[in-house]
Ligand binder design. Structure first.
Ligand code: SF4
Length: 190
Protein backbone atom coordinates (compact mmCIF):
# COMPACT_ATOMS: atom_id res chain seq x y z
CA UNK A 1 0.00 0.00 0.00
CA UNK A 2 1.42 3.38 -0.99
CA UNK A 3 2.52 5.83 1.68
CA UNK A 4 2.37 3.32 4.53
CA UNK A 5 5.35 2.23 6.58
CA UNK A 6 6.24 -1.14 8.07
CA UNK A 7 7.04 -1.75 11.70
CA UNK A 8 10.56 -2.67 12.86
CA UNK A 9 11.86 -6.20 13.27
CA UNK A 10 10.92 -6.29 16.96
CA UNK A 11 7.19 -6.77 17.47
CA UNK A 12 5.08 -5.23 20.26
CA UNK A 13 3.34 -7.24 22.97
CA UNK A 14 0.15 -5.53 21.77
CA UNK A 15 0.66 -7.17 18.32
CA UNK A 16 0.19 -10.55 20.02
CA UNK A 17 -3.15 -9.35 21.39
CA UNK A 18 -4.18 -7.98 17.98
CA UNK A 19 -3.16 -11.23 16.25
CA UNK A 20 -5.34 -13.24 18.60
CA UNK A 21 -8.25 -10.89 17.93
CA UNK A 22 -7.75 -11.31 14.18
CA UNK A 23 -4.52 -11.88 12.16
CA UNK A 24 -5.70 -9.29 9.66
CA UNK A 25 -5.52 -6.57 12.32
CA UNK A 26 -1.76 -7.13 12.50
CA UNK A 27 -1.58 -6.50 8.76
CA UNK A 28 -3.47 -3.21 9.04
CA UNK A 29 -1.46 -1.98 12.01
CA UNK A 30 2.04 -3.18 11.14
CA UNK A 31 2.05 -3.40 7.34
CA UNK A 32 -0.46 -0.73 6.35
CA UNK A 33 0.55 1.55 9.24
CA UNK A 34 -2.95 2.29 10.53
CA UNK A 35 -2.84 3.70 14.06
CA UNK A 36 -5.40 2.65 16.62
CA UNK A 37 -6.07 4.24 19.99
CA UNK A 38 -5.24 2.31 23.15
CA UNK A 39 -8.20 2.35 25.59
CA UNK A 40 -7.58 4.83 28.38
CA UNK A 41 -8.93 5.10 31.91
CA UNK A 42 -11.79 7.54 31.47
CA UNK A 43 -12.16 8.09 35.20
CA UNK A 44 -8.89 10.03 35.17
CA UNK A 45 -6.06 10.49 37.62
CA UNK A 46 -7.99 9.69 40.80
CA UNK A 47 -8.95 6.27 39.50
CA UNK A 48 -5.40 5.62 38.32
CA UNK A 49 -4.07 6.53 41.76
CA UNK A 50 -6.56 4.15 43.36
CA UNK A 51 -5.50 1.29 41.07
CA UNK A 52 -1.86 1.91 41.91
CA UNK A 53 -2.65 2.13 45.64
CA UNK A 54 -4.45 -1.23 45.54
CA UNK A 55 -1.65 -2.99 43.69
CA UNK A 56 0.97 -1.40 45.95
CA UNK A 57 -0.88 -2.69 49.01
CA UNK A 58 -0.83 -6.16 47.48
CA UNK A 59 2.92 -5.87 46.73
CA UNK A 60 3.57 -4.88 50.35
CA UNK A 61 1.56 -7.86 51.61
CA UNK A 62 3.89 -10.06 49.57
CA UNK A 63 6.83 -8.36 51.22
CA UNK A 64 7.81 -6.72 47.95
CA UNK A 65 7.92 -3.39 46.16
CA UNK A 66 5.89 -2.07 43.25
CA UNK A 67 7.36 -0.55 40.12
CA UNK A 68 5.17 0.89 37.39
CA UNK A 69 5.53 1.64 33.68
CA UNK A 70 8.49 -0.59 32.86
CA UNK A 71 9.69 -0.56 29.24
CA UNK A 72 11.11 -3.97 28.27
CA UNK A 73 12.75 -5.25 25.12
CA UNK A 74 14.06 -8.67 24.13
CA UNK A 75 16.35 -9.31 21.17
CA UNK A 76 16.15 -13.02 21.91
CA UNK A 77 12.37 -13.22 21.51
CA UNK A 78 12.21 -10.15 19.22
CA UNK A 79 9.47 -8.51 21.26
CA UNK A 80 9.05 -5.29 23.26
CA UNK A 81 6.41 -3.69 25.44
CA UNK A 82 5.53 -1.36 28.28
CA UNK A 83 4.53 -3.38 31.35
CA UNK A 84 1.94 -1.69 33.58
CA UNK A 85 3.50 -2.81 36.85
CA UNK A 86 5.82 -5.32 38.48
CA UNK A 87 6.00 -6.66 42.02
CA UNK A 88 9.59 -7.21 43.09
CA UNK A 89 10.41 -9.42 46.07
CA UNK A 90 13.87 -10.59 47.17
CA UNK A 91 13.47 -13.88 45.31
CA UNK A 92 11.04 -13.22 42.45
CA UNK A 93 9.44 -10.85 39.98
CA UNK A 94 5.74 -10.80 39.13
CA UNK A 95 4.36 -8.94 36.10
CA UNK A 96 1.04 -7.14 36.66
CA UNK A 97 -1.17 -6.19 33.73
CA UNK A 98 -4.05 -3.78 34.38
CA UNK A 99 -7.29 -4.37 32.48
CA UNK A 100 -10.14 -1.91 32.07
CA UNK A 101 -12.70 -4.65 32.32
CA UNK A 102 -15.57 -5.83 34.49
CA UNK A 103 -15.05 -9.50 33.68
CA UNK A 104 -13.02 -11.64 36.05
CA UNK A 105 -12.21 -14.47 33.66
CA UNK A 106 -8.73 -14.47 32.12
CA UNK A 107 -8.91 -14.74 28.33
CA UNK A 108 -6.31 -16.62 26.30
CA UNK A 109 -5.18 -13.31 24.83
CA UNK A 110 -4.59 -11.80 28.32
CA UNK A 111 -2.65 -14.91 29.30
CA UNK A 112 -0.42 -14.70 26.23
CA UNK A 113 0.18 -11.01 26.93
CA UNK A 114 1.23 -11.78 30.50
CA UNK A 115 3.42 -14.64 29.25
CA UNK A 116 5.19 -12.18 26.95
CA UNK A 117 5.87 -9.85 29.89
CA UNK A 118 7.11 -12.79 31.97
CA UNK A 119 9.65 -13.68 29.25
CA UNK A 120 10.70 -10.04 28.94
CA UNK A 121 11.24 -9.76 32.70
CA UNK A 122 13.22 -12.99 32.75
CA UNK A 123 15.57 -11.79 30.06
CA UNK A 124 15.99 -8.27 31.43
CA UNK A 125 16.36 -9.18 35.11
CA UNK A 126 17.78 -12.72 34.81
CA UNK A 127 15.20 -14.27 37.13
CA UNK A 128 12.65 -16.93 36.32
CA UNK A 129 9.03 -15.79 36.31
CA UNK A 130 6.36 -18.43 36.88
CA UNK A 131 3.48 -16.31 38.12
CA UNK A 132 1.87 -13.05 37.09
CA UNK A 133 -1.23 -11.04 37.97
CA UNK A 134 -4.05 -9.35 36.13
CA UNK A 135 -5.72 -6.46 37.94
CA UNK A 136 -9.33 -5.92 36.88
CA UNK A 137 -10.22 -2.25 37.33
CA UNK A 138 -14.00 -2.78 37.24
CA UNK A 139 -14.04 -5.29 40.10
CA UNK A 140 -10.78 -4.25 41.85
CA UNK A 141 -9.69 -7.88 41.78
CA UNK A 142 -6.19 -9.17 41.28
CA UNK A 143 -6.15 -12.55 39.54
CA UNK A 144 -3.18 -14.89 39.80
CA UNK A 145 -2.04 -16.41 36.50
CA UNK A 146 0.45 -19.29 36.23
CA UNK A 147 2.88 -19.10 33.33
CA UNK A 148 3.32 -22.69 32.18
CA UNK A 149 5.91 -24.07 29.72
CA UNK A 150 3.11 -24.68 27.22
CA UNK A 151 2.15 -20.98 27.41
CA UNK A 152 5.72 -20.05 26.47
CA UNK A 153 5.65 -22.42 23.48
CA UNK A 154 2.28 -21.05 22.35
CA UNK A 155 3.60 -17.49 22.58
CA UNK A 156 6.63 -18.41 20.45
CA UNK A 157 4.30 -19.80 17.77
CA UNK A 158 2.22 -16.61 17.81
CA UNK A 159 5.32 -14.39 17.58
CA UNK A 160 6.46 -16.34 14.53
CA UNK A 161 3.06 -15.95 12.88
CA UNK A 162 3.03 -12.19 13.55
CA UNK A 163 6.53 -11.94 12.06
CA UNK A 164 5.38 -13.88 9.00
CA UNK A 165 2.55 -11.43 8.37
CA UNK A 166 4.87 -8.43 8.73
CA UNK A 167 7.69 -10.01 6.71
CA UNK A 168 5.57 -11.30 3.83
CA UNK A 169 3.24 -8.25 3.73
CA UNK A 170 0.54 -10.65 2.54
CA UNK A 171 -3.07 -9.73 3.29
CA UNK A 172 -4.21 -12.52 5.68
CA UNK A 173 -7.44 -14.34 5.06
CA UNK A 174 -10.07 -13.82 7.74
CA UNK A 175 -13.70 -14.66 8.12
CA UNK A 176 -16.01 -11.89 9.21
CA UNK A 177 -17.55 -12.46 12.60
CA UNK A 178 -19.42 -10.67 15.37
CA UNK A 179 -16.21 -9.14 16.64
CA UNK A 180 -15.77 -7.21 13.37
CA UNK A 181 -18.37 -4.79 14.76
CA UNK A 182 -15.99 -3.81 17.57
CA UNK A 183 -12.84 -3.85 15.44
CA UNK A 184 -10.94 -0.54 15.13
CA UNK A 185 -9.93 -1.28 11.52
CA UNK A 186 -13.40 -2.28 10.36
CA UNK A 187 -13.63 0.65 7.91
CA UNK A 188 -10.47 -0.50 6.08
CA UNK A 189 -11.26 -4.21 6.02
CA UNK A 190 -12.73 -5.75 2.87
S1 SF4 B 1 -12.98 -6.16 10.62
FE1 SF4 B 1 -13.13 -8.32 11.19
S2 SF4 B 1 -11.97 -9.44 9.60
FE2 SF4 B 1 -11.39 -7.26 9.50
S3 SF4 B 1 -9.58 -7.08 10.74
FE3 SF4 B 1 -11.32 -6.58 12.07
S4 SF4 B 1 -11.89 -8.51 13.03
FE4 SF4 B 1 -10.57 -9.02 11.28
Amino acid sequence: MKGFHRGGSVIDVSDVVQYLYCPRKVYFIKVAGIRIQKPKMEEGKRAQAEVERNIRRFAEKMGGELETGIYLESQRYRIKGLLDAMVKTDSSLYPVDIKLSRFDSVSYSWKMQLTAYALLLEENFEKSVRLGYIYIVGTRKLIEVRIEPEDRRSLMRIIRKVEEIIGSEKYPSASKSKKCRYCEVYDFCV
